[in-house]
Design a protein around this ligand. Structure first.
Ligand code: PMP
Length: 381
């Protein structure tokens, strides 16, 4: 990555932790020195203070309002990232002898299914590996079998750049890993028994994971789960079972205030995010002979735009040139290679236009380079 040059404009397209809105960063920066009017830094604020309790309550209330969360769901602020949820979910929802269905749509859901196998029986309800992770199940496919304890899927596959357009159809309780598109657009939570999302893509720094869970799940979970891994213990302690990530939760609160006041809610955020993805994709479409993308139409993520140049060498050059131009974090996931431009809530439409302009410039430059100096690329690969 390019190093800090104060006069240069940097734009962050990292897949996570990702860009946060400038206004949120500025308020967070101020709070590290002093939370306005309190004399205390957010980094030294006791989680048992009235001030923090109020922050936690406001964060929960805003989350409920934004999502339109029914009262029979709890909002939990946990630690351990998306990865700990891969185990907490089966511990709570997969009793001995039962089976859980997993939609393996990509890298992260494969990990989720693998982790769940440590806790019980797992069945792959749909395997994206069969089509090279180029698409997800179609909207009219009913997923999972009626005897499953639950169906687990990810609404957005961060690595492959695949996204469900709506909550899939299943005849059993559904669990959604929304880590990479949570609060990027409206979410139909009523269809889901549990939703989890780490904060570090759209709503905050790493350190806090949000769980929205239906009371029914808490009531039915098996006994004997260690409290720190038990949703019910966290719900009863109102997310203060042990010291929570105070700073991360505060930044989530700032993001929620920003989403409501500056953006106008999730529907407005969804429109902006769709527009950003359109801007970047239309640049890719203008150069289909140069940029390849593996995702089938109708399954493209509005959060993570994945694509490739004609050769891995050009991919590497793209990342280096983008870094020089101040466009950071464009490399693809280490498991897959290629390129990825992530367009989380904190990325602006102006950033998306800058990415599109760079895509066009790079394709132009290297289209002629390949023709005029093709030997250089041929001999050096
Ligand atoms: N689920 C998804 C969809 C992800 O993108 C990631 C990480 N980027 C994870 C789970 C794992 O999250 P964590 O690194 O917070 O454990």
């Amino acid at each position: 990555m390019a190093q800090g040059d104060k006069s240069k404009c940097f734009r962050n397209f990292s897949a996570g932790p990702g860009a946060l809105p400038r206004a949120v960063l500025e308020e967070a920066q101020q709070a590290v020195s002093e939370l306005p009017g309190t004399g205390v830094s957010i980094l030294g604020l006791s989680h048992r203070s009235r001030l923090f309790r109020n922050m936690l309550d406001e964060t929960e209330e805003r989350m409920r309002r934004l999502v339109g969360l029914p009262r029979d769901y709890q909002v939990l602020f946990l630690q351990g990232g998306g990865t700990l949820q891969f185990s907490m979910v089966p511990m709570a929802m997969l009793p001995a002898g039962a089976v859980a269905d997993y939609v393996v749509g990509g890298y992260w859901t494969r990990k989720a299914a693998d982790a769940a196998r440590h806790h019980g029986n797992v069945r792959v309800a749909w395997d994206g590996g069969d089509c090279g992770f180029r698409r997800l199940p179609k909207a009219d496919e009913v997923l999972g079998k009626a005897d499953a304890a639950y169906l687990h899927y990810a609404s957005n596959e961060t690595v492959e750049g695949l996204q469900f357009r709506s909550v899939p159809r299943a005849s059993v309780p559904m669990v959604c890993d929304a880590s990479s598109d949570f609060l990027s657009a409206p979410l139909d939570v009523r269809e889901l028994s549990l939703v989890y999302a780490h904060a570090q893509k759209n709503i905050g720094p790493a350190g806090v994971t949000v769980v929205l869970v239906r009371d029914e799940v808490l009531a039915q979970r098996p006994s004997g789960i260690p409290p720190v891994l038990d949703y019910r213990a966290h719900a009863e302690a109102r997310s203060l079972l042990h010291t929570p990530p105070v700073f991360s939760i505060y930044v989530v609160l700032l993001s929620l205030r920003w989403l409501e006041a500056a953006v106008g809610g999730l529907a407005a955020m969804g429109r902006i995010n769709t527009k950003k993805a359109d801007v970047v994709r239309s640049a890719l479409r203008n150069f289909t002979h140069f940029y390849k993308h593996d995702v089938e139409a109708g399954f493209e993520s509005i959060m993570n735009v994945t694509f490739r140049c004609p050769t891995p060498k050009l991919d590497a050059l793209f990342v280096a040139r983008a870094d020089q131009a101040g466009l950071l974090g464009t490399e693809g996931h280490r498991s897959r290679g290629g390129l990825r431009i992530s367009l989380y809530n904190g990325v602006t439409l102006d950033d998306a236009h800058a990415a599109a302009a760079f895509l066009e410039e790079f394709a132009h430059e290297h289209r002629s380079a390949r023709i005029v100096r093709s030997a250089e690329f041929v001999t050096s690969t």
